[in-house]
Design a protein around this ligand. Structure first.
Ligand code: NAD
Length: 372
């Protein structure tokens, strides 16, 4: 069965996106004809043309509701490459000194900030001041103070602030959430989230406290925090945490290598999580209730996500996360669509609050209470 995405991937031409109204394609459900999309397309400029930005740009080729139209980069050669590869007009190219002028560009609706963590705060606030919607990568900021300032700046400028939580649109993840809400697992008692990988090059910004804001917790542990919240379906009320550091030469002061942490929820459910930059093959969620369970492995990698529950294997479609994310974000921005799990600034702030509590718990060795 052909899908619109298959079709677009085969064609590989983003220029076709605006002509979709003349194309009739077929949905995944047999015998159901998908209506061609002739609505508004979110015209996006990407800021920071690194590894993840490239993945997003490739995935956006298959979007129907979002389109890559601009870039912001400090490296002219990268801008040229991207212009060629994605057919980006010269007038939609900026650098870090000039991008405030995007306010005078009616052909860009939103800017996707995909720069190192420490730059998100100033980049998002500048984009907001330029009057454009902002999508910001996780972690949204280095701390809650910064996160709140970003939310306030976007509110003041009347632009949307969304955080790149791609798992919030992933079909198997959403099925587990649906089953939990339907009571299939009974009362949720326990969540386990294991997120980690062995980090490579010791010189990369991810191991530089000033640019990363921390270590594995800021980068990969945040998935276990966020996952604990959307899998249990509650906000934690306490945190305990313990750090292990085996290589202080690479993982310097303030850059965590491995942290185990525990969360307690109002219902009495507990979570046990692991975040590491020094353990490979850690990508697993497990949620257990008094009537059933769900297990996902991989749970947050680029996919394919693989899940099973006490009822059997999950069979939801395998998606390219960033394609779905960007199409859904277009409907959030233009149609005020409400996703099952939020992706707004407040959602990003909730994770930052927990990260701060985890770091505090590591430092003090004490249980840290969380208040909303
Ligand atoms: P990267 O190092 O591959 O790219 C970072 C880009 O920022 C580079 O193009 C670099 O030139 C640019 N940059 C601008 N100013 C810079 C400065 N002062 N110092 C260093 N680089 C600077 O990193 P990445 O993996 O693309 O990560 C970027 C962001 O995306 C991070 O916040 C990260 O957490 C996030 N990310 C999210 C996912 C996800 O699945 N949602 C995956 C990977 C990364």
């Amino acid at each position: 069965m052909n899908t619109r995405r298959d079709f677009l991937q085969k064609m590989g031409a983003s220029a076709l996106m605006l002509q979709l109204s003349s194309v009739i394609t077929f949905a995944n459900t047999p015998n159901q004809i998908e209506q061609p999309y002739d609505g508004k397309v979110l015209r996006v400029a990407i800021m920071g043309l690194g590894g993840y930005a490239t993945r997003v740009a490739e995935a956006m080729k298959a979007c129907t509701k979002a389109k890559l139209v601009g870039v912001i980069s400090g490296t002219p050669s990268k801008v040229k490459d991207w212009q060629m590869k994605y057919k980006i007009a010269e007038k939609n190219c900026y650098n870090y000194d000039t991008f405030d002028q995007v306010k005078n560009n009616p052909d860009i609706d939103a800017i996707y900030v995909i720069t190192p963590n420490a730059l998100h705060h100033s980049h998002v606030i500048r984009v907001a001041k330029a009057g454009k919607h902002v999508i910001c990568e996780k972690p949204m900021a280095l701390n809650t103070k910064e996160g709140q300032e970003m939310i306030d700046a976007c509110k003041k400028a009347k632009v949307r602030l969304l955080v790149g939580y791609r798992m919030h649109f992933e079909p198997q993840t959403l099925e587990v959430i649906r089953m939990r809400n339907a009571g299939d697992f009974g009362k949720i008692m326990f969540f386990q989230g294991q997120c980690g990988f062995k980090i490579g090059d010791p010189k990369q910004w991810r191991l530089n406290k000033a640019l990363a804001g921390g270590g594995s917790m800021m980068d990969i542990g945040i998935y276990a925090i966020n996952g604990a919240r959307y899998m249990v379906g509650e906000e934690p009320v306490w945190v305990t945490a313990q750090e292990t550091k085996t290589n202080p030469a690479i993982f310097k002061e303030g850059v965590d290598e491995t942290i185990q942490f525990q969360l307690g929820f109002p219902s009495g459910a507990v979570a046990s999580c692991l975040s590491s930059y020094n353990i490979n093959h850690l990508d697993r969620f497990y949620v257990s209730g008094d009537k059933g369970f769900a297990e996902m492995q991989p749970s947050t990698g680029y996919g394919p996500i693989k899940g099973r529950t006490h009822k059997g294997e999950l069979t939801q479609p395998i998606t390219t996360h960033q394609t779905t994310q960007m199409d859904k974000m277009a409907t959030i921005i233009f149609e005020d669509d409400k996703p099952v799990v939020p992706v707004d600034g407040e959602e990003g702030l909730k994770d930052l609050r927990i990260i701060e509590a985890i770091y505090q718990a590591v430092k003090t060795g004490e249980k840290v209470k969380l208040t909303a």
